[in-house]
Ligand binder design. Structure first.
Ligand SMILES: Nc1ncnc2c1ncn2[C@@H]1O[C@H](COP(=O)(O)OP(=O)(O)O)[C@@H](O)[C@H]1O
Ligand SMILES: [Mg+2]
Length: 307
């Protein structure tokens, strides 16, 4: 079942004088299945927060539409099924952790014993039980993000939107947040994660979208996005004169990267090298990291944008 579906969703911000226009999101069409973790990656200013705010109806689209859990996003009843951790969230610093959750619980219509129980459960999940009565001004960045996550879960939502949940959090804190997200997924929750941190997204997401300047450049599993089709690195025994290979880029005296159509072509090239009496030391199928893919994709799109 589809959890989130957008059709040509677009947002143009217009300044108060109507002079400056920012195309923050450009005809974005996307479909996210229920019970999965989707990571939206992109540099600062890509339009990630804009997309989340559009889906949550904090701002409204210039063009296009979206559905969540089968309902048009303007159906206010959807709010009950949604949890949201905004980017750079701030709570009044005189409140303690328990009070912050109580405030948001009441906003969600929970009260009494049910809310008491829920607060303790959530503080346990985000490992803040010991800090329940401590004023949040004493919390570290990681603790604030975990409290924000608990806040986003207070109404037991189906769909959870997290905007840069691990921003400013140390590696151990990040791992803790990732573990919580994986646990939520095991309970069939759908998680939409905005991040400019590739490593975060790579580790836990089912699918990834790459956004730059409002355009969705690519969408797929991390595996699909990082596999270079039919590229191999061949390392040969060092030889005095260079050899001629079709579709090959020489990397160093004894290594070449070749592009082939299929395994048969790879083997023909190997036979050709071997027939010259040259020994092969290594044949490595090439795969890029998400980071390499991301950087080359962003660079490519900048190139075409400047043309
Ligand atoms: N309220 C606004 N008014 C005008 N421009 C905005 C507004 N909010 C965001 N923008 C612009 O829209 C673009 C996308 O911003 P944003 O969605 O915050 O990106 P991201 O979350 O990926 O960093 C940026 O160029 C940003 O400056
Ligand atoms: Mg943002």
């Amino acid at each position: 079942m589809i959890a989130i579906e957008t059709t040509s969703l677009s947002k143009v911000y217009v300044s108060s004088f109507g002079k400056k226009k920012v195309r923050a999101l450009n005809e974005l069409s996307l479909s996210i299945n229920k019970g999965t973790i989707f990571g939206l990656l992109g540099p600062n200013g890509a339009g990630k927060t804009t997309l989340v705010k559009l889906l949550l109806q904090i701002i409204f689209p210039t063009f296009g539409s979206a559905k969540m859990l089968g309902e048009n996003i303007n159906n206010y009843k959807l709010k009950k099924s949604i949890g949201y951790l905004p980017e750079n969230h701030k709570y009044p610093s005189y409140l303690n952790g328990g009070e912050v959750l109580r405030f948001f619980g009441k906003l969600s219509g929970i009260d009494g014993k049910e809310l008491d129980k829920k607060i303790d459960e959530l503080l346990e999940i985000v490992k803040l039980s010991k800090w329940k009565k401590t004023k949040i001004k004493a919390y570290s960045k990681g603790m604030m993000q975990r409290l924000g996550l608990a806040q986003a879960l207070i109404n037991d939502p189906e769909l959870i939107f997290l905007d840069e949940p691990t921003d400013g959090v140390d590696p151990i804190g990040r791992k803790e947040i990732r573990d919580i997200l994986v646990e939520l997924k095991s309970r069939q929750k759908t998680i939409f994660l905005n991040s400019h941190l590739l490593s975060e997204v790579e580790l836990i997401t089912d699918r990834v979208g790459i956004l730059n300047k409002g355009n969705l450049l690519r969408e797929g599993t991390v595996k699909e996005l990082t596999e270079k089709k039919e590229e191999y690195k061949l390392v040969i025994q060092k030889i005095s004169e260079s050899i001629e290979l079709d579709n090959a880029t020489k990397q160093s005296d004894n290594s070449y990267v070749i592009k082939v159509a299929d395994i048969a072509e790879l083997n023909r090239i190997i036979d050709n090298i071997r027939s010259k009496g040259i020994l092969l030391k290594e044949i490595v199928p090439l795969k890029s990291t998400l980071e390499e893919m991301f950087i080359s994709l962003i660079n490519e799109s900048e190139g075409t944008a400047n043309e």
